[in-house]
Design a protein around this ligand. Sequence first.
Ligand code: NOJ
Length: 564
Amino acid sequence: MTSQHPATPTVAAADSGRRPGWWRDAVIYQVYPRSFADADGDGMGDLEGVRSRLPYLRDLGVDAVWLSPFYASPQADAGYDVSDYRVVDPMFGDLADAERLIGDAHGLGLRVIVDIVPNHASDQHSWFRQALREGLGSPLRERFHFRPGRGEAGELPPNDWESIFGGPAWTRTVSSDGTPGEWYLHLFAPEQPDLNWENAAVADEFRSVLRFWLDLGVDGFRIDVAHGLVKAAGLPDIGHHDQLRLLGNDVLPFFDQDGVHEIYRDWRRILDEYGTDPDTRRIAVAEAWTPSVQRTANYLRPDELHQAFNFQYLGTAWDAEALREVIDLTLDAMRPVGAPATWVLSNHDVVRHLTRLGSGEDAEQDLRRARAATLLMLALPGSAYLYQGEELGLPEVVDLPDEVRQDPAFSRAKGTNAEGQEGMRDGCRVPLPWSGAEAPFGFGPVPGGPSWLPQPAEWAKLSVEAQTGDRSSTLELYRAALTARREHPALGTGDSVEWLDDAPAGVLAFRRSSPDGVFACFANTGDLAVRLAAPGRLLLASEPVTVVEDEILLPADATVWWAL
Ligand code: NOJ
């Protein structure tokens, strides 16, 4: 055990980032509609299920919900393969359900962000079907990337690009006479042909789709694969395999091309048509995997988008030094463009942070670390994204039987060297436990009823019902943290932190100041408890802690919040 006193900031920075705008400090809760709540009992979540649980989200204390896609889709990639952008898939309900959901959310003071998927459509989209039907020379083919193959008989893909889900990014078509035809590009599954954003009809269609949902009342969009829409001219070869690392150092010819920003300047003009009042503004958040936070900031210039996910933060280990570095890099990159930083630990594409940050050897320790990581994240300046179920301390489900898995990344990786959960996404998509002792734990209306992925029996202990009112539970920790975040004037929006440099190794300590109050956060990422000077009144702790004579013993894997 060490004893140290992180009392004085050696780096002092006035927090100048307190601009108006609801999204600047919003806590945005990701609802994955398949797995949130199933009102009709078919084993698949639906919009009516989401609507019925909105009061839970209001009471949790979040500001907005982001709904993953619920549009018409053959579900080759769980709805990220859209066949009609203006239609709700019958498995989730209908447009009237979507309108009711938006209306009820607004009534409860919650904003609603919906996903938009502009990089690719479904192979069942009417454009793609027509392009295939009409064959070579069809003008509809120009809305996608159709190309002749290489090799003597066109038997080789047009270039060496690889799909994010494994295998080549090209699939060969079959002509109506049964002979092999052109190839088409799909950066994801073959059922997700990439759209050609050089084509004016594509840009027009998405302008219209944006307006359709804005007219229905949504408060913003999460832009899927925002960095992928523009491909380098001539679709050049990359020249090596293993292109899949989304956060590599290179700018790939299909990701983060400069031309993509013109699209977002155009979209920003549309969003602004719906008003520019900071309290009601419609916003967009980019899912942009770029080589650096500096390049991510390009998406957030004043005439582009409002937020982007901070995947660099999500990818950082539970390590004080590494965290401090990524926090500084993020804040430094966001300040020049005036955009809020965002923070995220989990989503529907990655291993849940309890499991990812944990050792996997001690479930209690993994939970402690996840709770500490959450309190650290919620103390940072800017906006934060929560993924459904993290407030229950849900772990990744790592033992799903192969036959129930639906992630296309799983089927495409079969027979390859892919191991474990790496790149596999069903384990974070298991339906939520709400109540009761028997699966589906209130996810569906009937005990013993179906759920599209099986839930572990131990999740009875983790249900909303089981945790509500238990002050030691993770759910109550999230509720308390979100309340404190709203109440403390130095929390939420901002663009800087004051590091308390005399914190012992392994402890991240910082202060945040506002004219109405000062706040401090200590997070112990090390293996040992540390004794620290208590700088003020204890607001919240991720683990039980004792303050004795102005000193606190901060356990390993714990975060504490102070009001100064
Ligand atoms: C990112 C989404 O989050 C993911 O779930 C999806 O598979 C890909 N984009 C393709 O749309």
